[in-house]
Design a binder for this molecule. Sequence first.
Ligand SMILES: Nc1ncnc2c1ncn2[C@@H]1O[C@H](COP(=O)(O)OP(=O)(O)OP(=O)(O)O)[C@@H](O)[C@H]1O
Length: 237
Amino acid sequence: MSHQSNLYSSTGTELAVDIRNLVYSYSKSASPVINVNAWQVPKRGHVFVSGASGSGKSTLLNLLTGTLQPDSGSVTLFDTDFAALSARQKDAFRAKHIGVVFQQFNLIDYLTVLENLTAAAYFAKNKSLDIEARARQLLDKLQLPASVLNQRADTLSVGQQQRVAIARALINAPHLIIVDEPTSALDADARDKFMQLLVEATSDSAVIFVSHDKSLARYFDTRVDMATLNQAGTVTS
Ligand SMILES: Nc1ncnc2c1ncn2[C@@H]1O[C@H](COP(=O)(O)OP(=O)(O)OP(=O)(O)O)[C@@H](O)[C@H]1O
């Protein structure tokens, strides 16, 4: 049985994300940046989250990955409530079940592509994984030649770095992929190509994609705006 079906079948959940009464402020005196009454994303749901600069998109993503702690309320991913996990358990959960594509890609420049992917698999303690075989499969899916595996990350073009960033996010077959505004450096053609590859490569996972560029919303099943999320009420994506 695959790693992915294990988690789903053991929990029986239909939800990738279940947020309840989530409140977060950067300081006690400031009003909350995040105030989400209820937000649910189904497993394999692909959601586009839009919002103006400063509306709290990055803050929400940091709460979703457990790198920020809520003032109150809960973040539950695949039936696992983050509040019930120790810091170490949270790190392990994140490494295993969440793939993140960062705005600046965050590849380790002086390592090769294969070494970057290996590091991501190492943190997830994914011992049974044949990393090189999986890396080759992902590069192929993302239309990158296998020769880039041995190329240092800092010698790749921007478009290649983006695809490698997707491959790294997918190396452990995570159930949730979080993507933070990765297309700002691309022209329209490259952006469309990137989005198509991303959608194809992530069909087995839930995806939360954050951007202020609403033209990208057409690649997703559902869309939600930060202003809507931050209103009282329930949002089902
Ligand atoms: N470390 C911090 N300390 C204090 N305030 C912060 C901090 N990080 C963000 N903020 C504030 O929280 C609000 C939301 O910021 P956030 O970065 O989540 O917005 P965003 O929607 O991701 O913006 P952008 O699209 O510009 O990246 C902003 O008003 C910002 O100034």
